[in-house]
Design a protein around this ligand. Structure first.
Ligand code: IMP
Length: 192
């Protein structure tokens, strides 16, 4: 596994879980799968879940745009964890969809599915808005998510049960800009 690069990364990041190159290749693969599955559809509406999915959404939308004709983008911002590193199951809408999605073929673009609580809430919410179809693409999936009954059609990487940061994912609003997925050093959590 490659070492983290950059100067300050070395101080905070313990190890890399998914490299930049692995991200690029996987996102191209996912876009090819989705393009093939949606070949008969006039357009697809990607619903990105902020903030964590912003980087994946940008790269996935570009990859999909290269494969298929028409991609539209919407964003929702929901908060499930606050400052904590475990899921509370309490979901707040911070930013709602800007338009009616009735009759649209929606693909939810998620950063990570862990307990699945956020996603199962979101799927119920989108169903109540009468989308024609709703599928999910998630970049990362943790072991607990495999046990739950939330249909995730496209999965980038199944990762171990560690808290990860980077490529959009944060710890207390930091590390979203890190270009790979990594695990923080234990000392980061005990800092004042
Ligand atoms: P779930 O409801 O437990 O599936 O959690 C989903 C949300 O929690 C994700 O969209 C992330 O924003 C956040 N999350 C879960 N695991 C991690 C992690 O390892 N690092 C950073 N954020 C995480």
């Amino acid at each position: 596994m490659a070492e983290p690069h950059g100067t300050w990364y070395d101080a905070d990041i313990d190890r890399v879980v998914v490299t930049e190159e692995q991200l690029r290749e996987k996102i191209d693969d996912l876009a090819k799968q989705v393009a093939a599955d949606y070949a008969d559809h006039e357009s697809v509406l990607l619903v990105g879940v902020l903030k964590g999915a912003f980087m994946f959404m940008a790269d996935f939308a570009r990859a999909l745009g290269r494969q298929s004709r028409h991609v539209e983008l919407e964003f929702m911002a929901i908060s499930s964890y606050g400052q904590r590193a475990t899921s509370s199951g309490v979901v707040r809408i911070l930013k709602d969809l800007d338009r009616d999605i009735a009759g649209q073929h929606v693909i939810v673009v998620e950063d990570i599915v862990d307990s699945g609580l956020t996603l199962s809430w979101l799927l119920k919410y989108l169903a109540s808005r009468s989308a024609a179809s709703v599928e999910v693409v998630t970049l990362l999936r943790k072991p607990d998510a495999v046990k739950i009954d939330v249909p995730v059609r496209y999965v980038g990487f199944d990762i171990p049960n560690d808290f990860v940061v980077g490529y959009g994912l944060d710890y207390a609003e930091r590390y979203r800009e890190v270009p790979f997925i990594g695990v923080l050093k234990p000392s980061v959590y005990t800092r004042a």
